[in-house]
Design a protein around this ligand. Structure first.
Ligand code: CTP
Length: 398
């Protein structure tokens, strides 16, 4: 999906073991249509080859103020950029940037640019936690520099702790957040995610295979487009930047959490897989097997989405999901009408790579009296983008 088409992004790679991850980031930016101009510090050349970056990016890599014919490349690169992204950013680079020291091509570009800047620090935990580094990070953040915080995990030399470069996913999401459209600015969006768990006794539940990944992707995309996002979730994945999470477990808890925010929300995306049935009662102790095979009596859960559809105001947008294994369009169409939805996202979860637990999805969008729109197998963030494009269209027509 060429959603970064036409964007000029300077990607700066510093010397650190995480430099190899910059290769993946550059490839994904180019795949998304960006024009990527790579620069690297002398230190980075110890970790990855110039050829690797030059081959993947849109231009040959530059390392020095002096390797171009033009005498002023430091201002030229920064001036022409829509974004400068530094990944990984070392302690030295952060210190030089925070203090305005132009020591090499990369610091020159950073000081000369008026474009937004994202820095993705990576270093050992002791260095990351040092007051000097934290102060430099705070200084840069106060000037509007976007910081993609390092993650906890394995570091060079067998150490582990916070300091590992953020994942390519998190870095790409930050790029979208900075460069993407802000067409949901101030809009109150509620997203539900994950499968509910209905207790049988104090240790057992009736659950389903929903991973919550599609709901998290919708929440992340909505937040990056400026929405005020509440995510009501049964699963705990990495919380997307700017998203408020309410953790729930059962259908009843999910309904209570949604009821608390529904009246004041503009858009509701119901991507959770809500159990249709739950045990009538929950044993307070673990059911022991020497008591014989238990008979678990089930009752229907409330259809949360149908309830929202019945009380929906004309200025609210209500989006449902339909996970089907047969008759995709007919089943989804009937849910669209029965639950009074503005949009339903139908997926055939019997197909490989689609829906439950995958990082990818393939969906068909259905709207009242509108032609079907399909998105073939892609990552869940791209599906979220297409879904919210339609939500923006619906809001514009309300
Ligand atoms: N849904 C809900 N409350 C329920 C069941 C489903 O809010 N108790 C919502 C889901 O979050 C989804 C939509 O309804 O957005 C469709 O869910 P799905 O399970 O596909 O459909 P059902 O209405 O449960 O019908 P069926 O199980 O017969 O396919």
């Amino acid at each position: 999906m060429a959603d970064l088409a036409g964007k000029r992004i300077v990607v700066g790679v510093c010397g650190g073991i995480a430099a190899y991850k910059a290769v993946e980031v550059i490839r994904r930016l180019v795949d998304a249509g960006a024009h990527v101009i790579p620069i690297m510090t002398k230190g980075a050349e110890h970790f990855i080859g110039r050829t690797t970056l030059s081959a993947l990016a849109s231009e040959p890599v530059q390392t020095s103020l002096w390797d171009e014919a033009s005498p002023i490349p430091h201002t030229k690169l920064g001036q022409g950029a829509d974004l400068v992204l530094i990944a990984p950013a070392t302690a030295r680079l952060l210190g030089a940037y925070a203090n305005g020291l132009s020591t090499d091509l990369m610091t020159n570009v950073l000081i000369a640019t008026r474009a937004p800047v994202i820095v993705c620090p990576a270093m050992h935990t002791e260095m990351w936690e040092h007051p000097a580094i934290q102060q430099n990070i705070a200084t840069l953040a106060s000037r509007g520099v976007h910081i993609v915080e390092p993650e906890a995990g394995r570091l060079a030399g067998g150490d582990s702790g916070k300091g590992r470069l953020a994942s390519p996913d998190a870095i790409i999401a930050a790029v979208h957040q900075v460069l993407g459209p802000k067409d949901l600015a101030g809009v109150k969006v509620v997203v539900s995610a994950g499968g509910t768990r209905e207790p049988i006794d104090s240790v057992r539940v009736i659950a389903n295979r929903s991973s919550g990944k599609q709901g998290y992707a919708v929440a992340a995309e909505a937040a990056s487009r400026g929405a005020d996002v509440t995510l009501i979730s049964t699963v705990e994945l990495a919380v997307p930047a700017g998203v408020r999470v309410v953790n729930v477990e059962t259908a009843a808890q999910m309904q209570a959490a949604i009821d608390a925010v529904w009246a004041t929300s503009d858009v509701m995306v119901m991507s959770a897989a809500v159990a249709d049935f739950r045990p009538v009662s929950c044993a307070t102790q673990k059911i022991k097997k020497d008591g014989g095979i238990p008979q678990i009596v089930l009752e229907a859960t409330p259809d949360i989405l149908a309830g929202l559809g019945a009380s929906k105001r004309p200025d609210q947008v209500l989006v449902g999901f339909a996970a089907e294994t047969s008759d995709l369009v007919a089943n989804a169409q009937s849910k669209l009408e029965r639950k009074n939805l503005d949009l339903i996202v139908a997926n055939d979860v019997s197909q490989p790579g689609v829906g439950f637990a995958h990082d990818t999805n393939a969906v068909t969008f259905l709207r009242p009296s509108q032609a079907l729109e399909s998105v073939s197998l892609t990552d869940k963030r791209a599906v979220a983008r297409a879904l919210l494009d339609i939500v923006v269209q619906i809001r514009a027509s309300q």
